[in-house]
Each structure stands twice: as structure tokens, then as C-alpha cells.
Design a protein around this ligand. Structure first.
Ligand code: HEM
Length: 967
């Protein structure tokens, strides 16, 4: 698997080697791209230029839809009924008047709309704004989700330019209005994408200035229209649409060729390599430009007054509101001062709006930034809908225009009070990061005020009424907020699992109940209650949570592990337990597993020959991957590349496959607050986690599915193979009593992904910790080696058939499971009906979480629980009674038990025991000098060893016993 600790851009760190390692993605990007260079300037300028065309299309109707001047014909005649200043055009006979210019200068004169109602005349403009609203709603999230910033910008500009070109050929007001609607749809997302894309490629210092570039281009676009209008004077309005659409089309080509996608967005989408190459190309051009900087400072006005977003927003909205309100109150008395106040109000409102855009960019993370900006712009359009009404009403009474506007803008500014200052802050990429950052700064006042106010209203109603009957009483828990329950506290505690640990300690309980936005979450630290849950009440608690993320990973709950306890689950469980994991099938696959056990030895031996350091985590993941792939697909290679590598390491594609398998595994639900409000959000990807899961699981599928499709075709269409050779063949060929295939290709594909993510992680984690503990306790290592030498000897390699006799070795694996589980909790079970646990009431739908360290490290269950003592798992003389890795008593968790217990117990046991036995038998291990003192610290959040275990290796057996790599 690719090393997750490797710097993103190793080549670019060299010159900054004296700096501490970057702490965040923002810092990494800042360091890579430097201060501000030509590449960023050109990119920002090109992208911002989109605003120019945006402005042209927004205001073009001022010139094309205006009512032209007209005059009376023969007005010098005494009997003329026409008078330009007093006559109503619509009551005059046609032959008495004419347009001043060619009637084709405006749609009004060309289509004779001068007497049409204001609805028809204003219809094209309204259609345009309606298009802006609908386009903004429909398209804006695409830039955050699938399309990305660049493609969205390109698409929007294309829609806008093509619809503008077609508008030039409109045959009626209706066609014209429809094309303006399309134009509005395209235009809606341009400013948003341009702003987000240009600000995401520069460092925080330049964000404000780059944002201002867009506003500058917008003004230029606006100013270009009178010039075009002047050149076109007396000619058809259609020219204006052609003249504005052609440059936009050329602009699209430039965007396509020269604009680069936002590296932030690519990283959030898991497209790390593309992001790295873009950062590299920016970095290689990152020559600081003092001249451009200077111009830029001048153009964008980097005045001190604009430095603080929040204060500036409050200041400008207040200034605009007060100026406007003064006009409403003092009215006529102001005289010429009114124009000054109007200017101040207009200028302040515009600056406040621009500031809101920059503020929004800095406040929202990459995964939703585009959507957030789009909302701000939608609010602008929404406000624009009311402005004509306010203006009209203001003609009668100034309060309805100046007064109302002053009040609204003044009050809107006050909303900013609860929000944090963002200037110079780090741009976050996910909701989680953003949330964490905000919490760290303790600027959560607005949120707290909100929560506090609903508390006052609803606290009384939120608590379940206490009852003397314990069977109707929930397990102990912390008092919660109304509606959200304990969710705010969960949000504020990192890592999340710590929240339960601290709360249960404080409550002095082994079973607790937390309410997360209406979901009862039951946590268990007692073996007795865990046994009750997974044995006695197992049938009541056999569902899995229905969360969007689980749905994505399980391809709509097609797998056994993600499906609810029902018909489909039963079918998959039957297939897996009686066929896939049957003794017959596992025996058939022994040869495949042995090849990989040999390859493991071959790989380590080749590392010894090259004097390489062994990273135990990486090596054990490679082994787990290779065995799983061979059992599943009959081969360890997903591509032909590196097929014939002679040392056992994975090829590029296989490494990537393994990496995305782990990424998918890491997306499985883990107390993310979003999981609990999932049903309210309707799958809205608020923290980017679901999107990340989708991206990664799709990548896993992109490797698996071609193999599965090819095999399905062989078996189901081309007559099959000579024999069933692996799990995939078994899945494909299974038929029911009626001769119909039992498992569909889609179910096979989903289940293969689940096997990939279920099989590799546990053995690898167990292996790393066991070796670490053995190096720390040499006596334990000595005993394990003694057992191996007695049972197997040194003349042959250990085989699967030896495993039943390696009790001490398995006791070590069990002890590691007990102290060092691979996750904090067993995957959640869900109550299918009201039930009880430990005498407490458990409502239907509750999520049940059995805490692995809560059992394994519990002093009530284990004496001296933190001491690593494999002997506690041996019975009698330690030889006669076979040690197994399953723990049905739930005193710790290995494979769990009951209806939802692991289906891979046999094969999982073989993988773990074989890997450890081959490691120990084949080599002498020593801590590598780079690793430092052996501290065996664990990572709080993941429970992995804090630093990957790095060892030096020497062969322990005669050299002829080390096999060669077999592809
Ligand atoms: C090697 C060590 C392994 C360990 C320690 C392990 C552990 C577990 C645990 C703790 C569960 C959750 C049980 C529960 O929810 O109560 C589980 C479920 C599962 N495991 Fe394993 N597993 C291992 C290997 C495998 C392998 C090799 C496979 C298949 C190739 C596999 C397939 C599954 C599946 C499909 C489930 C979901 C069962 C369900 O929801 O009904 N596991 N495993």
C-alpha cells in the first residue's frame, strides 16, 4: 500500500528541509506553490476573466430590450394628432409616427412590442433571472461533486455563449425569452466557479486580491457594453449577441487548454496524482513577481480597511444601512447631500457583497465551497426579484425603497456577529476539518446561542420520562440538547471514540445510552452484556445501520455485511458459509495460500539480500492482499504489469488497488455526526465522506469488475472452465434447485469488494503488534520460537497443517486481539425491535456498539489487563487443549459471534497464524536503528501502532529452504 506518511511532494520539500513538516493540506499546498508566481497570476487572471462575459450577458438587455426613441411624422401640419411629448404612442395611428432609428435596433421596435403589457416586455429579463435561479440550484453542486471547478466553468461558459449565439437568430419574443432562460442557467454558475477556482490556487495572503480580480473583470465587462452599443448604434440588436458570444467561445478554448483544475478539489476527490502534477507545475513557475504584486496591490486595493472580513462586513453593511435610512428619514431636507449618501450606501453595499464572497470562500471547506458561493449568489438573484417592486413602491413613499433597504442590509450585517474571523486562515477541505478548526478556535458562539435558545424552548420535552420500572428505562446517559441530544458534545470531542470512553467513566457504567439527533446509541464495555447482546438477544440486534455511506459501499446493501437481517442476508450468508467458506472450498484453496506464504518468505529474503529495512505493516498488508486476491480471483495481479517481478513486491496497479481498499475501509461509519443526521440531509454530502467513499469504492470496483465480467462471460456464456478454481468461480457457478443462478453478477461484484475490505486489515494489524510485543518481551519470542522448532523443526517450512499444534503462537495472536484490536468498536448492530440489555430498555432502531478495548482492557474481566501475557489463553498443559482465535464468550473481540459474527473465521485464522509462523520461523528480527526506542505507542484515533514498525532481518534457516517468488 502506498505510504500514507510520504510527503505529498517530496521533490519540493528539499529546499525547505529546515522547515517543520507541514501540518495540514493547506500548508503543504502553500509551501508547494510558494508565495505568488506567474503561474498563479495567469491562472487567476484567465479564470477571473469569465466575470467579464458574465457581466456582458447580465446587462446586455439594457441595450437590446430598450424602447427606442420615436418621433411624429409631419408634426408641422396643423391637423397632426401626434405630439412627441404629450401623445401616447399606443393611441396614435401607425402612419403618424416613426422610430428615430432602424426598428431592428431593439426587440421592442422589431417585434412591435411598444404597446404590449409590462409582463410581456419584461418576460425575457425575468426568464433570464429565473434561469439564473434554476441553473444555480441545479448546477452549482456539480462543481463540488462530480464535474469539478474547471469543467463546470467550461460547461457554464459554453452554455452561455451558445445560447447567446442562438439568441441572435430568435424569431419571436417567446423563442428569445427561452434562450435568455438558457443563458441565465449557464451564467448562474460562472462567477461562483471562477471565484472558487481562482482563489483555490493561491496562498491565503492573496485570496482577497485574487477575488477582487473577478469583480474588476465584472466591471470591465459591464463597461464594455456601452462601447459595443455605441459601435452598433443604428444596427440590429442581434449583432450585440453575436459580438459577445464569439469572444466567449474563444475564451472557452483558452480555459480548456490553459486552465488547471483546483488541486484542492482533486485531493478531496482522491485524485492525488493529478493534484500533485498540477502543484508541481505551479511550483515550477512560482517565481515571485514583485512588479505584478505591485500592480495587483493597486488594482485590488489591498487597503488595511479590508483586512478583517467580519469587521469589514459589519462596518460596510452598517454604513450602507445608515446612509440609506438617513435618506428615508430626512428625505427632501438633504438636498444635494442625498446623492453623496446614495453613493456611500451603494459603494458600501457593493463592497459588503464582495467581502461576503471572500468570507464565504474562507468559511466553507473545499467539498462544499462552490455550493456555498452559489447560495450567496442565489441570494443576490433572489433579492434582485424584489428590487423593482421596492423601487416602484419607493416612488410613492421613500420608506419602501431607501428605508426598507437600509433596515434589511443593516440587520443582515448583524448575523455575522456569531461567526469567526477568517482572514489569513487555513482553507479546509472537508466538513470535519472545518468543524475541528472552528472548535479549536472556540468561536462557536453563534452555534451555542442557537442551541441554547432551542434548549430553553424544548428541554422539558426532550428527556424521556423517568420510570421506576428499569425495563422501561434507558441505560444511563448524559443529559442532551433538545432535538440534537448529545450530538454537539460528540462533535466537540476528538477523537470521537474518546467521547464514549470519558462519558462511561464519568457515569461509572458498563452500558450507556447516548442520543444523537434521535438515534439511540448504546455502548457496551461489559462481557456479560456483550454476550447477552450477541447470543441471547442476537436475533433482536441483527440489523445493520442504513446509512448513505454503507449504501454506497455495499452497492445498495447487496452484500452480506451491509444488508439488513432478512431474505437477502440469509441468501448471502448461506452461500458464503456453506460454499465459499466450506471445508471443501478452503481445502481447494490451500495451494493458492501456500504460494503466497512462500512468496512472503521470498520477498523478505530478497529484502535481506538488498539490506532493505522491513516495514512490517506494509509487508503484512501485501501478504493479506496477495492471499485474498488469489483466493478470490485466482491471481495476485490485477494487471499484467509486474507479473514477473522476482521479489514479491506489488506492482503499481496492485499497490493502488490496496490503497483504495484501505481508503474505503476507513470510510466505514465511525461516529461521524453526519451519520446521525443522514436521514435529515437526504444523502447530502455535507462532510465529503460519502463522496470519498464513493470515489474509493468505485476505484476498487474498477480493478475488480473487469476480472469478474470476463469470468462471468466464460462461465455463463462461453461454456465455462474445466474446474471451479477460486471463490469467484464458486460464486458464479452456484445454482438453486430450479437450476437458476443463485447470485447475480452485481451481487458478486459487491461481495468481492466487501471481502477485500474485510480480509486484509485485521491480520496485518495483529501481525505488527504481535511482533512489536515479542521484541519488547524477548521471553515470549523465545517461547514462540521454541514451539515452532519443536513442532516444525528447521528442515522444512511451516505449513497450514501445523497450525493446530502451534498453541502458543495462536495464544500470542489472541493476546494481541485482546490488547490491540484493529478498531475501537465492532461494526454497529441495530435493534430490529424493542428489547432489553443488562435490564435496560433498548428501543427499536438503537445502534449497538460493543467496545473492543472496553472488553479486552477491562480490569473487571482481565487481571493486570495492560500486561501482554499469551499464557492467559492456554489451558491445562497448554498443549492438549487446542487454542482457537474465536472468542464466543466476548471477553475480548476477535471475530465476534452470533448471527452477524465474522464468516471468515477459518480462513482468517489460517492467514494470521501462517503469516506469523513464517515470519518467526524464517527470520531473526531486530529493531531497525531508524525506528528509535521501542515504545509501542498507539495512535489514539486508529489504534494502529503510532509509528510503523521498522525491522532489520536475517535468515534463520538454511538458504536452500527459501523459495523463489511465484507470480
Ligand atoms: C483475519 C481476521 C478477521 C477478523 C479478526 C475479522 C473480524 C470480524 C468482525 C469483528 C466482524 C464483525 C462481527 C459483528 O458485527 O458482530 C466481521 C464481520 C465480517 N467479516 Fe470478518 N474478520 C476477519 C477476516 C475476514 C475474512 C478473511 C473475511 C472474508 C473473506 C471476512 C468477512 C467478514 C464479513 C462478510 C463480515 C460481515 C458479517 C455480517 O455482517 O453478517 N472476515 N469480521
Amino acid at each position: 500500500m502506498a505510504d500514507s506518511t510520504r510527503p505529498l511532494l517530496s521533490d519540493f520539500n528539499s529546499s525547505e528541509s529546515n522547515l517543520p513538516p507541514p501540518r495540514s493540506l493547506e500548508e503543504t499546498i502553500e509551501r508547494c506553490i510558494g508565495d505568488f508566481g506567474w503561474a498563479q497570476f495567469l491562472q487567476a487572471a484567465l479564470v477571473s476573466f469569465a466575470w467579464f462575459f458574465d457581466a456582458q450577458q447580465t446587462f446586455i438587455t439594457v441595450f437590446t430590450d430598450s424602447q427606442p426613441m420615436w418621433h411624429c411624422d409631419n408634426s408641422d401640419r396643423v391637423d397632426s394628432v401626434c405630439n412627441t411629448s404629450s401623445s401616447n404612442l399606443c393611441t396614435l395611428p401607425n402612419q403618424t409616427w416613426s422610430w428615430d432609428l432602424n426598428p431592428h435596433v431593439s426587440i421592442i421596435s422589431e417585434w412591435g412590442l411598444q404597446c404590449a403589457g409590462s409582463f410581456l416586455k419584461g418576460f425575457p429579463a425575468s426568464s433570464f433571472f429565473l434561469g439564473c435561479l434554476i441553473g444555480g440550484l441545479a448546477l452549482s453542486t456539480l462543481a463540488d461533486s462530480s464535474l469539478g471547478r474547471k469543467n463546470m466553468l467550461l460547461l457554464s461558459c459554453l452554455i452561455m455563449s451558445l445560447s447567446s449565439m442562438l439568441t441572435a437568430f430568435s424569431t419571436s419574443i417567446w423563442v428569445y425569452a427561452f434562450l435568455r432562460f438558457l443563458n441565465g442557467c449557464g451564467r448562474a454558475t460562472i462567477g461562483t466557479c471562477a471565484l472558487v477556482l481562482s482563489t483555490e490556487v493561491v496562498g491565503k495572503k492573496w485570496r482577497g486580491q485574487v477575488g477582487a480580480m473577478g469583480f474588476f473583470c465584472f466591471t470591465l465587462g459591464f463597461l464594455s457594453l456601452p462601447m459595443l452599443g455605441y459601435i452598433n448604434e443604428g444596427n440590429s440588436w442581434r449583432n450585440l449577441y453575436v459580438w459577445t458570444s464569439i469572444p466567449t467561445l474563444i475564451y472557452c478554448c483558452l480555459v480548456r487548454s490553459f486552465v488547471r483544475e483546483s488541486p484542492r478539489w482533486l485531493i478531496v476527490k482522491g485524485r492525488k496524482e493529478e493534484a500533485v502534477s498540477i502543484l508541481q507545475s505551479i511550483a515550477s513557475n512560482a517565481i515571485t513577481m514583485s512588479f505584478t504584486n505591485l500592480c495587483f496591490e493597486i488594482i485590488s486595493g489591498n487597503g488595511g480597511w479590508i483586512r478583517y472580513r467580519r469587521d469589514a462586513l459589519i462596518g460596510f453593511t452598517a454604513l450602507s444601512g445608515i446612509s440609506s435610512a438617513l435618506i428615508a428619514v430626512l428625505g427632501q431636507q438633504l438636498g444635494s447631500l442625498q446623492i453623496v449618501l446614495e453613493l456611500v450606501s451603494f459603494f458600501s453595499a457593493c463592497t459588503a457583497f464582495n467581502m461576503t464572497l471572500i468570507y464565504t470562500i474562507e468559511m466553507f471547506p473545499t467539498c462544499v465551497r462552490n455550493s456555498a458561493i452559489s447560495m450567496v449568489r442565489q441570494a443576490l438573484v433572489f433579492g434582485g426579484v424584489f428590487s423593482p417592486v421596492m423601487v416602484a413602491a419607493g416612488r410613492e413613499n421613500q420608506f419602501w425603497s431607501y428605508g426598507l433597504f437600509g433596515l434589511i442590509i443593516g440587520l443582515c450585517g448583524l448575523f455575522v456577529f456569531g461567526l469567526p474571523e477568517t482572514r489569513g486562515s487555513v482553507l479546509c477541505d472537508t466538513m470535519d476539518e472545518e468543524e475541528y478548526k472552528t472548535l479549536a478556535k472556540r468561536q462557536f458562539i453563534g452555534f451555542i446561542v442557537f442551541i441554547a435558545s432551542i434548549t430553553l424552548l424544548g428541554r422539558i420535552f426532550s428527556r424521556p420520562s423517568k420510570t421506576k420500572d428499569r425495563c422501561r428505562q434507558l441505560p444511563p446517559g448524559r443529559p442532551g440538547w433538545p432535538i440534537l441530544g448529545n450530538l454537539p458534545e460528540l462533535i466537540m470531542t476528538r477523537p470521537r471514540s474518546k467521547y464514549f470512553h470519558l462519558a462511561m467513566k464519568e457515569l461509572k457504567t458498563d452500558i450507556a445510552c447516548f442520543n444523537f439527533a434521535g438515534t439511540h446509541t448504546i455502548t457496551i464495555n461489559s462481557d456479560e452484556i456483550a454476550r447477552e447482546a450477541f447470543r441471547e438477544r442476537d436475533a433482536d440486534l441483527a440489523d445493520r445501520p442504513q446509512l448513505s455511506i454503507v449504501e454506497s459501499i455495499g452497492d445498495n446493501y447487496k452484500t452480506m455485511g451491509t444488508s439488513s437481517y432478512g431474505e437477502h442476508f440469509m441468501k448471502m450468508k448461506k452461500v458464503i458459509t456453506t460454499e465459499i467458506m466450506s471445508v471443501k472450498t478452503l481445502n481447494m484453496l490451500e495451494a493458492a495460500r501456500t504460494i503466497e506464504a512462500d512468496n512472503l518468505i521470498a520477498y523478505i529474503h530478497s529484502m535481506y539480500q538488498r539490506s532493505e529495512t522491513v516495514d512490517v505493516r506494509e509487508l503484512s498488508r501485501v501478504y493479506g492482499y496477495a492471499v485474498t486476491m488469489r483466493m478470490l480471483f485466482g491471481r495476485r495481479h490485477v494487471t499484467k504489469e509486474n507479473m514477473f517481478s522476482d521479489d514479491g513486491r506489488l506492482g503499481k496497479a496492485e499497490k493502488h488497488h490496496l490503497e483504495v481498499i484501505f481508503n474505503t475501509l476507513n470510510c466505514l461509519p465511525g461516529f461521524s455526526p453526519v451519520d446521525y443526521v443522514d436521514r435529515w440531509l437526504g444523502g447530502w454530502n455535507i462532510d465529503g465522506e460519502e463522496e470519498r467513499a464513493k470515489v474509493n469504492v468505485n476505484l476498487v470496483r474498477s480493478y475488480n469488475n473487469p476480472i469478474i465480467d470476463e469470468r462471468v462471460e466464460i462461465w455463463r456464456e462461453k461454456g465455462g472452465k474445466a474446474a471451479v478454481e477460486d471463490w469467484l468461480d464458486t460464486f458464479i457457478t452456484l445454482k438453486d434447485q430450479n437450476g437458476n443462478y443463485l447470485v447475480t453478477p452485481d451481487e458478486i461484484k459487491a461481495q468481492c469488494v466487501e471481502f477485500c475490505i474485510a480480509a486484509i486489515d485485521n491480520p496485518a494489524n495483529n501481525m505488527e503488534w504481535t511482533l512489536g510485543e515479542m521484541l519488547k518481551n524477548p521471553e515470549i519470542l523465545r517461547k514462540a520460537l521454541k514451539e515452532l522448532d519443536e513442532v516444525v523443526g528447521k528442515d522444512r517450512l511451516v505449513q497450514e497443517s501445523d497450525i493446530p499444534n502451534l498453541n502458543y503462537l495462536k495464544a500470542c495472536c489472541r493476546e494481541t486481539f485482546r490488547i490491540h484490536p484493529s478498531a475501537h468498536y465492532v461494526p454497529p448492530h441495530v435493534a430490529r425491535q424493542d428489547t432489553t440489555l443488562g435490564g435496560y430498555f433498548i428501543p427499536k432502531g438503537s445502534h449497538i456498539h460493543v467496545c473492543r478495548p472496553g472488553l479486552g482492557r477491562n480490569p473487571k474481566i482481565w487481571k493486570d489487563p495492560l500486561a501482554y501475557e499469551p499464557e492467559r489463553h492456554l489451558q491445562g498443559d497448554g498443549i492438549t487443549k487446542e487454542v482457537t482465535l474465536v472468542e464466543t464468550e466476548m471477553r475480548f473481540v476477535s471475530f465476534s459471534t452470533g448471527r452477524r459474527g465474522c464468516v471468515g473465521v477459518k480462513v482468517g485464522t489460517i492467514m494470521m497464524a501462517m503469516m506469523l509462523a513464517r515470519f518467526l520461523q524464517g527470520f531473526n528480527w531486530k529493531l531497525h536503528r531508524d525506528f528509535g526506542p521501542l515504545s509501542l505507542e498507539e495512535d489514539d484515533a486508529s489504534l494502529l501502532m503510532a509509528k510503523p514498525l521498522l525491522l532489520s532481518v536475517e535468515p534463520r534457516l538454511a538458504s536452500n529452504l527459501y523459495p523463489k517468488f511465484r507470480p
